[in-house]
Ligand binder design. Structure first.
Ligand code: PEP
Length: 255
């Protein structure tokens, strides 16, 4: 039985004062979901420590994650943050390979694989994003495209680590557009990802890996996305910025 995950990707939103108030509200609104759903807040780097402190003070079950990491321990990498740094401020998870990083920062599959291996070494759980553009979807070969992103991201990673990590399927055309994939479209790709992991590792490992859907998930569509057998939760942008909405999404995955 895979424990569902509801993760909020705040992107470059919420300055610290707002983030502190907001995480206090979330901690209160989501208190009742303890133990049956894993909730992760991924604020900007500058908010991480403050948000973590609020959650610790509240003895909350909610965890924090970073939105990215640079896979080197030390050196002249201006503007970068390493794994020890995010771990020190409470991160148990880290998003990597988000389509915005792939697009704006030209991150390759190889670099994302390097980050995944680096995070595992640091005992931080990677949330590895994948997903096709509208163009790839319209051409029809989106399953192969997404599965090859997943295969590249997992290259050289041991089976027991793959069982623990998280994949987030986020079709680019659905992120921030209000145009979510339909439950059938999201399930089709999440299942294909699980089948790919089974092929690369084993069915047993594939049954343990948690696969999230992300892309305009909201209170209006979560009821139909959540019951899909291969969707183990959500990576949520816009709807994670309103505490009441985020709580409703957590409730939908609360089984
Ligand atoms: C995201 O930013 O990863 C995301 C899925 O955003 P939204 O839910 O707003 O589409």
């Amino acid at each position: 039985m895979r424990k569902p995950i509801v993760a909020g990707n705040w992107t470059m939103k919420k300055p610290t004062v707002e983030a502190v108030d907001f995480s206090q509200q979330i901690s209160y609104d989501l208190e009742k979901f303890t133990s049956k759903v894993e909730v992760i807040l991924c604020p900007p780097y500058t908010d991480l420590k403050s948000v973590f402190n609020v959650l610790i003070f509240d003895k909350s079950f909610i965890k924090v994650g970073a939105q990215d990491v640079y896979p080197k321990d030390f050196g002249a990498y201006t503007g970068c943050i390493n794994g020890d740094m995010i771990k020190e401020i409470g991160c148990e998870y880290c998003i990597i390979g988000h389509s915005e990083r792939r697009e704006y920062f030209k991150e390759t599959d190889e670099f994302i694989n390097e980050k995944a291996k680096y995070l595992i070494e640091k005992k931080i759980i990677p949330i590895i994003c994948c997903g096709e553009s509208l163009e790839v979807r319209q051409e029809g070969n989106y399953i192969d495209f997404v599965c090859s992103q997943v295969e590249a991201a997992l290259s050289g990673i041991d089976a027991d680590e793959v069982a623990k990590l998280v994949i987030a399927y986020e079709p680019i055309w659905a992120i921030g557009t209000g145009l979510s994939a339909s439950p059938q479209e999201a399930q089709e790709v999440c299942k294909a990802i699980r089948d790919k992991i089974a092929l690369l590792y084993s069915t047993d490992i594939a049954q343990q890996t948690r696969i999230l859907y992300g892309g305009s998930m909201n209170v209006g569509n979560v009821e139909n996305l959540a019951p899909q057998p291969d969707i183990d939760g959500g990576l949520i942008g816009g709807a994670a910025l309103k505490s009441a909405d985020f709580a409703k999404l957590a409730e939908a995955f609360y089984v």
